[in-house]
Design a protein around this ligand. Structure first.
Ligand code: FES
Ligand code: FES
Length: 172
């Protein structure tokens, strides 16, 4: 078997690919697998637009090579199961242009998985690496608080359509 014959497990599915093991995961998910919800921003680990989960932890897909994720579970925005968080994103009308939002959601979801009641400081620290050129930081913070256990959260009566709207916005 060629050294370039790699397997990725993404969103619960296995993908075989012939690719350079040094290639960043970002290019594999976007260009080879068509999972374009993960965005390319800086390519240098500075903006967070490319954030995915590797074994449940946030990782920068632009700096993570294919060889580093062999045997690991990857999750992209297309496979993110965080309905409460997505509803909160809609409730607070978070996205503006939307470009950074899949990365923002991935970081927020990872935070709430390990800390269901994050303080303001916890949120600031967890989200510090995700840049939003539109300045939606205040709404992002409000949405994370709404989705956490520290505040009661009122669900929309039409949850499914709200949820799909957010997914469309962040994966477009
Ligand atoms: S594109 Fe990966 S951190 Fe900016
Ligand atoms: S919503 Fe435009 S970059 Fe964040």
């Amino acid at each position: 078997m060629s050294d370039n014959n790699l397997t990725l497990k993404i969103n619960g599915k296995l993908f075989q690919m012939d690719a350079d093991p040094k290639m960043p995961v970002l290019w594999a998910v976007r260009d080879m697998l068509g999972l374009t919800g993960t965005k390319y921003g800086c390519g240098a680990g500075l903006c967070g637009a490319c954030t995915i989960h590797v074994d449940g932890k946030p990782a920068r897909a632009c700096l993570t090579s294919l060889s580093q994720v062999q045997g690991k579970e990857l999750t992209t925005i297309e496979g993110l199961e965080a309905d409460k968080l997505k509803r909160a994103w809609t409730e607070h009308n978070v996205p503006q242009c939307g470009y950074c939002q899949s990365g923002q959601l991935m970081s927020a979801a990872a935070l709430l998985t390990t800390n269901s009641k994050p303080s303001d400081r916890d949120i600031d620290e967890a989200m510090a690496g995700n840049i939003c050129r539109c300045g939606t930081y205040t709404r992002i913070k409000s949405a994370i608080k709404s989705a956490s256990d520290q505040n009661s959260f009122t669900q929309h009566s039409d949850e499914s359509s709200d949820n799909s709207r957010v997914e469309q916005e962040v994966t477009a």
